[in-house]
Design a protein around this ligand. Structure first.
Ligand code: MN
Length: 280
């Protein structure tokens, strides 16, 4: 099995921001080669003010990482692991020390730790690469899983009809806006972010959170269009929607939505041959 990903080549980032840290790797090349499993997780929303017990939530995520570290060759975190993450040049959000430590432990073992930015945690500018040891991906990536090629993306910004969200997304990604936000004291900025995330979640109607069906679910429609125009891709893996979906399409194609790790506690497993979703 060969894992393949393109580099995070965002031209707006400095070389230092794109460089992963280099620590000695604990597992031998033979041990790593013997590992076949690749895991996929998304939308833990660490720090969310919707959580009744944030400690228990973080512990559960750490327990999951402890389990997968036994046989993982790679772990893909497919966006929104944090409910609001904004790095300043010398300050990062308070909390999540056990989670970050566990991710660093796996990275130091030599397990590939991939971190896709979501729409809640895209403001990372080097800390997660350099200090924690993950590979940050700011856009969709293609990964070879056995004989299948998978496109992996968080999934925000892919629905063509949501203009308000697209505008917000362009503000979020604007370097100028990020520079201005950095002038806001961290305490105010981070509180604003958590409040924004909570308000967003609270205003969702029940019908917004349910699977809309194959003919209406924006991520499924996007995946179908993508797969039709990219015959070399076999499956698409998304997070973002907080629904658990494993949909077989015509011609052996497949679209997966990972669920979440805040209320569903679902994740994806690839064992070298097959991919499936599991519950933790
Ligand atoms: Mn999201």
């Amino acid at each position: 099995m060969q894992l393949y990903f393109t580099t995070t080549d965002d031209p707006r980032l400095t070389a230092a921001e794109q460089t992963a840290h280099e620590w000695p790797v604990a597992l031998t090349p033979e041990e790593l080669a013997g590992r076949k499993r690749v895991y996929f997780i998304s939308d833990a929303h660490l720090g969310s003010r919707m959580l009744s017990d944030p400690r228990a939530h973080e512990r559960k995520l750490v327990a999951w990482l402890d389990r997968v570290k036994e046989d993982a060759r790679a772990v893909y975190m497919v966006g929104d692991m944090f409910d609001f993450w904004f790095e300043y040049s010398t300050v990062v959000p308070k909390g999540f020390v056990r989670f970050l430590g566990k991710v660093a432990e796996l990275a130091d073992m030599g397990i590939e730790m991939h971190f896709f930015t979501g729409n809640h945690d895209l403001w990372t500018f080097g800390y997660l690469e350099q200090e924690v040891g993950v590979q940050v991906h700011r856009r969709a990536e293609r990964v070879q899983l056995g004989d299948k090629c998978a496109l992996i993306a968080h999934g925000d910004g892919l629905s063509s009809d949501d203009h308000a969200f697209k505008l917000l997304r362009s503000i979020f990604h604007s370097r100028t806006c990020q520079r201005l936000f950095r002038l806001v004291p961290p305490q105010i900025g981070q509180n604003f972010g958590y409040a924004w995330a909570k308000k967003n979640r609270e205003k969702l109607r029940p019908e917004d959170t349910e699977y809309k069906g194959e003919a209406a679910e924006p991520l499924v429609l996007y995946a179908k269009r993508y797969l039709a125009t990219h015959p070399d891709v076999d499956m698409v893996i998304f997070g973002h929607r907080h629904i658990q979906l494993d949909l077989q399409l015509h011609g052996g194609k497949r679209v997966v939505v990972l669920g979440d790790f805040i209320s569903l506690f679902t994740y994806g497993v690839f064992d070298g041959e097959n991919f499936w979703l599991e519950n933790f």
